[in-house]
Design a protein around this ligand. Structure first.
Ligand code: AGP
Length: 367
């Protein structure tokens, strides 16, 4: 085990560092720079069938579900197909209407999560077309689906998922470009997004290089019993994933909220004891997000802002974490990376065994 972990004390940190390579593997051989599109041979779906898709429904659990939310946002924004994500654990129990013109996507690192597997089986029983975004080759979900995209993140040992989630988000972006380019997405937009995908490994490496600084920030955050993670639209699944990572391994209470919804209730909880990690990309919602930071600051809530170069944050923020700017639709992938590192070092600061968090298993194969 020591050998496999290499220089790293825990698998989680090893896997965080592997992300530039992992992303390089998932995009390799799939980007078409001549026609500015993405080829996904395993989908088993021709262009005519793909054009008939009226909706996309993504199913997964935990972090895979949050990656699915990122994916739904990307697909709807880029391919202009209504898309949403739902926990597979809920979907399987609510007798959902299964539509012939919906593309169902099961997303899973292990390919063995029972809730997701049973959701796939239920869909197939009712005639739904299901594809998989799966990391583990030959796993149960990979064998059950009608086609799919392997994520090539390599084996993930840490219970807290990092590189698999990143590759899921990249996988959805590729699916979105593929579906978009046989519909309304222009060659110029296809090219823009493909260039963005190609930049991701270097961008991720630049964030991982900030490890030392992020460790210090994590040490400060870990002192608080309870935290908010806030983001909106593209930033909301990022906030959810950040809160999930922190909960899993640091056992701190972390709640993700849409920044826009704070004023409808949770603002009452903001105080000097309850910091907020705010996702503030340099995009069309920047001014509104900065406005929300002032609202939180006015209630003396400490602010840890994850943002892009050149963004001016209000005076007095506790920390400003800057990630490289990519294309707006791809930004969530990069905004998530510092939150993994923060969760890791918060857990280390609190003396927890990062690779063996209490009460959790790597893959949940029971009810
Ligand atoms: C991630 O950090 C979690 N340990 C967990 O939410 C996980 O993503 C979920 O159980 C789904 O697992 P899967 O991707 O193997 O299906």
């Amino acid at each position: 085990e020591e050998f496999e972990r290499g220089l790293h004390e825990h698998f989680m940190m090893k896997e965080i560092h592997e992300q530039p390579d992992a992303v390089g593997r998932v995009i390799r051989g799939r980007l078409d720079e001549r026609f500015h599109t993405v080829h996904l041979g395993g989908l088993n779906m021709d262009a005519r069938e793909a054009r008939e898709i009226k909706r996309v429904k993504i199913l997964g659990c935990g972090s895979a579900y949050y990656a699915g939310q990122m994916g739904a946002q990307f697909i709807e924004e880029v391919a202009r197909i209504p898309a949403d994500a739902e926990p597979a654990s809920e979907f399987r129990y609510r007798n959902p209407v299964v539509e012939r013109d919906t593309l169902y996507v099961a997303v899973s690192q292990s390919g063995e999560t029972l809730d997701t597997l049973v959701a796939v089986q239920e869909l197939k029983r009712k005639g739904g077309r299901v594809i998989g975004l799966v990391n583990a080759v030959g796993s149960s979900i990979a064998r059950e689906v009608d086609g799919g995209v392997y994520l090539h993140a390599g084996p993930e040992v840490s219970v807290a998922s990092t590189k698999a989630l990143t590759n899921m988000a990249v996988g959805f972006a590729m699916l979105g470009i593929h579906l978009g380019r046989i519909r309304d997405v222009s060659p110029a937009d296809g090219r823009r997004l493909i260039e963005g995908l190609k930049k991701l490994p270097a961008d991720i490496a630049a964030i991982v290089a900030q490890e030392e600084e992020l460790a210090k920030i994590a040490g400060r955050l870990a002192k608080h019993e309870s935290l908010f993670f806030v983001g909106r639209t593209r930033g909301y699944p990022v906030a959810r994933e950040g809160a999930q990572k922190l909960k899993e391994i640091s056992y701190r209470h972390a709640e993700a909220y849409q920044t826009s919804e704070l004023k409808h209730g949770p603002l009452a909880l903001i105080s000097p004891d309850v910091p907020s990690v705010a996702i503030v990309p340099d995009d069309e919602l920047l001014d509104r997000n900065i406005g929300a930071l002032h609202e939180i600051g006015a209630r003396s809530g400490p602010l840890y802002v994850v943002t892009h170069p050149g963004v001016e944050v209000p005076d007095g923020v506790a920390a400003k974490i800057v990630v490289p700017k990519n294309e707006p639709e791809l930004d969530p992938i990069l905004l998530t990376i510092p939150l993994q590192i923060i969760a890791y070092y918060a857990a280390v600061a609190l003396g927890h065994d990062v690779d063996k968090p209490r009460n959790l298993a790597k893959s949940v194969t029971v009810e």
